[in-house]
Design a protein around this ligand. Structure first.
Ligand code: ATP
Ligand code: MN
Length: 462
């Protein structure tokens, strides 16, 4: 294994100590007496400049075969650099090509479009942008775990294969081993799922929440963090068919505790990334979304606005502008509405609570007014909704009524309803889409560029 990474070397003093590095050549510049290689190993954004002195014959002989994309190992000493772009460089004493030197490497020095890079997703992590996205994504995940672990939350693994489209959150992907050419049917012509692998209809999970509640009502504070699947048939820049979701669930917690935790959580992961990915975040600030780090610092300093859905609709109806979707009480907030509230009215994140029950899921706690539920969405500037959550209905009778009203199959929820008979308590939780969050903090426009291998309509090549 490689002992020394370029990130560590770049932080050393140029004291002529001897090192060995491994990486991939980003660029080659040759002049009469020397050749400069920019080598990157993914440990950080910056490349290490390697200098080959042509007076060393074995190095000069190697130069014609050193090309962009080649994998190399280099030994040498760290010296002060005369160039203005770096404080140190590696004076090579020995260079070895690890693999054959590519002559038709698809990644050239010019800037490639993100669309093109999606077609070569096996090579795009070797670009500045995708290396930075990967490191930021890694830090976000670490920050998520550290937030919950430091607060005594238990990480629970909820299933990927589920037999209830619990929330009606979206179109599901079915999981089946039935032969597609000869599907068993019942007398009434419907598919006979008793013959299927699980003996019933199954699909990929759209959320781990219902199972999260099971564990919260035993361990008090838990979180799930894993892949979720929605057969979103739309080609948007904010929807994937496979994405990651973080879902904490807290017993003995109401909607206010839920909001407090969610605000603290967002601030924690933002500051974790700003502290640990300074170089990558500066890169996004310069090349992807100007001002993105300042806007994140602003969020850290702000108390999130907290308003009710009624107040939100009020603001929208009074707005001196026309929206594409006219706001009215009872309609879901559209992304133009979310932008208006966060960017123009409050100029900071906004938590909206008390949505009409008709537009929210069956499990949300019904408010005393009979028309709203204890839902909370967190809206942020530039992106809109980033977190959706609620206090859950803990009263069995009310929950059963709601399931019936919404025409859901009550028998599928027997275990979920049982939680309200055996030791029910107020409890609450929320979900954060990991990729939406990464889009938000990096300013990356398309969600397909913040997950290594995007899954979307007609997209599953890599
Ligand atoms: P939207 O209205 O944007 O489709 P939603 O209301 O379906 O979102 P929820 O069911 O509340 O979203 O899911 C919780 C979180 O998961 C969302 O706030 C969002 O961050 C994320 N999310 C939802 N659908 C997707 C998707 N298809 N791809 C990526 N992230 C998603
Ligand atoms: Mn959706």
């Amino acid at each position: 294994m490689n002992e020394q990474r370029i990130k560590e070397i770049l932080n050393m003093e140029p004291d002529h100590r001897y090192v060995e590095i491994h990486g991939w050549i980003r660029t080659v510049r040759t002049s009469k007496n020397v050749t400069f290689l920019e080598v990157n190993d993914g440990s950080c954004l910056k490349n290490l400049q390697v200098v080959l002195d042509h007076q060393r014959k074995e190095l000069a002989d190697l130069v014609p075969s050193l090309r962009t994309g080649a994998s190399v190992s280099v030994q040498g000493d760290i010296a002060p650099s005369l160039g203005k772009n770096q404080k140190l460089e590696l004076n090579a004493t020995a260079v070895a090509l690890i693999g054959p030197s590519p002559e038709d490497y698809p990644l050239q020095k010019k800037r490639h479009s993100f669309e093109f890079l999606r077609e070569i997703a096996h090579l795009r992590p070797r670009t500045n942008t995708f290396g930075a996205v990967a490191r930021v994504r890694n830090a976000v995940c670490y920050g998520i775990h550290s937030f919950f672990q430091e607060r005594g939350f238990i990480y629970v693994h909820t299933p990927i294969i589920s037999s209830n489209d619990c929330e009606g959150a979206g179109e599901t992907f079915q999981v089946t081993t039935l032969p597609l050419k000869d599907i068993p049917v019942k007398e009434n012509g419907e598919v006979d799922f008793t013959k299927d692998f699980f003996g019933k209809k199954a699909s990929l999970t759209v959320s781990g929440q219902l199972e999260g509640e099971v564990y919260a009502l035993a361990l008090t504070n838990v979180y799930t963090f894993g892949p979720t699947f929605r057969a979103e048939n739309s080609n948007t820049s904010r929807h994937l068919a496979e994405f990651w979701m973080v879902e904490p669930e807290m017993a003995f917690c109401d909607i206010h505790g839920n909001m407090d935790l969610a605000e603290e959580f967002l601030k924690h992961i933002i500051s974790y990334v700003l502290d640990h990915c300074t170089e990558d975040m500066n890169f996004f600030d310069t090349w992807v979304e100007k001002g993105v780090t300042a806007s994140l610092h602003h969020v850290l300093d702000a108390d999130f606005a907290r308003i009710t859905y009624d107040e939100a609709v009020d603001h929208l109806e009074k707005a001196d502008r026309s929206f594409e979707f006219k706001p009215f009480w009872g309609a879901d907030l559209q992304s133009e509405h979310e932008k208006y509230l966060t960017e123009e009215v409050f100029r900071k994140p906004v938590i909206v609570t008390g949505y009409p029950k008709e537009i929210k899921a069956f499990y949300m706690k019904q408010n005393d007014d009979g028309r709203t539920v204890a839902a909370m969405d967190i809206l942020v500037p530039r992106l809109g909704e980033i977190i959706g959550g609620s206090e859950r209905e803990s009263d069995r009778t009310k929950l059963e009524t709601r399931i019936k009203e919404m025409g859901l199959p009550k028998e599928d929820y027997w275990w979920y309803l049982d939680l309200r008979s055996y030791g029910t308590v107020p409890h609450a939780g929320f979900g954060l889409g990991l990729e939406r969050f990464i889009q938000y903090i990096t300013g990356m426009q398309n969600i397909r560029d913040v997950i290594p291998f995007p899954r979307a309509v007609n997209t599953a090549e890599f």
